[in-house]
Write a protein that binds this ligand. Structure first.
Ligand code: AMP
Ligand code: GLY
Length: 422
């Protein structure tokens, strides 16, 4: 099989490293990929959203199977375009990817099918939203842009002033463009957060090992939100009982709801959950593997990933027995100085071997390029993952590898998984 993975971050590197273990993967391509991925797959500089060029490339290289990993090409309909060419693809089509592409759609879906989530109202005029927030007078309150916003479209406003500013910048100043034509204003929930990625073919849903992201940039959950500064798996708060509640009240109902709406979801469905005192609730859906969740979940997978992808394409997921290692994984993200605000690139990375790896851990490259050595090329640069029998051991290995890698200005959180191992 010639397999093409679309995307170029740490998530895609983790998918590629796992696919490499599959006997079916004869040749792996990644577009656009990055410096580290180029050691595991042939990379070509085609933008993840350039559907036309991606299809031309797939035809030229005789690609048998495509994995579309990032949210934006999925929401744009890249899977539909490949399937129209008769090329097998992993990922939801455009009609199903809307579950991430529109928060208004996902909130209305949950309301209609009684899937537990925060209470909310939808607005298409800033003045109406501001009037509502003022009359509710309940803070913190949560304001979400309807469309994709690079993970930055959620504001937790502590005061009326902050809320008004958020509404104005999203709806009037259009800081996220069209994504801010509508907003959701929702109830603030509290409790541990859990990420559950699940394989589904529309007939069955098979959750993967749970994980926990660390979204804030600094230790102790301080500073602005990022794409994710580190992850652990499994999530220590997610026990068997919670899992069965989620299966009954969230996972299966969501799959069925999408079928009812004629939007059969095939691919990886990401459930961002909060375990509240009133039970698990959905904070968000994503239509794809999470980043950096994938960097701790896939290393624990024993089953052939390509076989799973293919079974989902054929809608025969039920026949596959998915097995996991009885281990824990930890991923520490090393970021460029200044990230998540502006940062420099092109800085030499020291401590990696010629394959971009280091003893004792797997280094997933998120933003690197290779030119006789590895250089930074993004905000999140590397995700250093270790697996072990226990979470504490995985964290120790990951951090001891992180300490051997360096680049000017770099920063990383020193407390990944801490709250849960003390
Ligand atoms: P998202 O970009 O949708 O992942 O949201 C970013 C973060 O905002 C989530 O991981 C939560 O920590 C937080 N968040 C979103 N919605 C709520 C809510 N209703 N209550 C409390 N926190 C929330
Ligand atoms: N780590 C959160 C996400 O992938 O959206």
């Amino acid at each position: 099989m010639n397999i093409l993975v679309v995307g170029g971050g740490g998530r895609e590197h983790a998918i590629i490293k796992k696919l490499k273990e599959s006997p079916s993967a004869q040749k792996l391509y990644c577009c656009p990929g990055n410096g580290g991925i180029s050691k595991d797959a042939e990379c070509h500089d085609i933008k993840a959203c350039d559907i036309e060029s991606m299809i031309a490339f797939a035809k030229k290289k005789d690609i048998d199977f495509v994995v579309v990993a990032p949210d934006d090409p999925l929401v744009l309909g890249m899977v539909d375009a490949f399937e129209a060419e008769g090329i097998k693809t992993f990922g939801p089509n455009k009609a199903a990817a809307i579950i991430e592409g529109s928060k208004v759609f996902s909130k209305d879906l949950m309301k209609k099918y009684h899937i537990p989530t925060a209470k909310y109202e939808v607005f298409d005029k800033a003045s109406d939203a501001i009037h509502y927030i003022e009359s509710e007078n309940s803070f913190p309150t949560v304001i979400k842009a309807d469309g994709l916003a690079l993970g930055k479209g959620v504001v937790i406003a502590q005061t009326f002033e902050e809320a008004k500013q958020a509404v104005d910048s999203i709806m009037e100043d259009k800081i996220f463009g069209e994504s801010g034509n509508q907003i959701v204003v929702e109830e603030f929930l509290t409790g541990p957060e859990v990420s559950v990625l699940a394989f589904t073919d529309g007939n069955v849903v098979k959750p993967m090992i749970s994980s926990m992201d660390h979204k804030r940039v600094f230790d102790d959950d301080k500073g602005p939100n990022t794409g994710g500064m580190g992850t652990i798996a499994p999530n220590p708060f997610y026990n068997k009982e919670t899992e069965s509640i989620c299966m009954e009240t969230i996972f299966i109902p969501t799959m069925n709801a999408m079928n009812q709406e004629n939007r059969k979801f095939k691919g990886c469905l990401y459930f961002g959950l909060m375990l509240t005192s009133n039970g698990p609730k959905v904070i968000e859906y994503n239509c794809r593997f999470g980043d950096p969740e994938t960097q701790v979940v896939l290393p624990l997978l024993k089953t052939d990933l390509f076989q799973i992808f293919n079974a989902i394409y054929d809608e025969k997921l039920e026949q596959i027995n998915i097995e996991w290692k009885n281990e824990a994984a930890a991923c520490v993200v090393m970021a460029s100085g200044g990230y998540p605000k502006s940062y420099q690139t092109g800085i030499e990375i020291k401590g990696l071997d010629e394959n971009g790896q280091i003893d004792g851990a797997t280094v997933y490259h998120a933003g690197t390029k290779f030119e006789k050595g590895f250089f930074t090329a993004g905000g999140r640069v590397l995700g250093v993952t270790a697996t072990a029998k226990t979470l504490s051991e995985a964290l120790l290995s990951s951090y001891s590898s992180v300490k051997k890698i360096s680049f000017d200005g770099m920063h990383y959180r020193t407390d990944i998984g801490n709250k849960h191992t003390k």
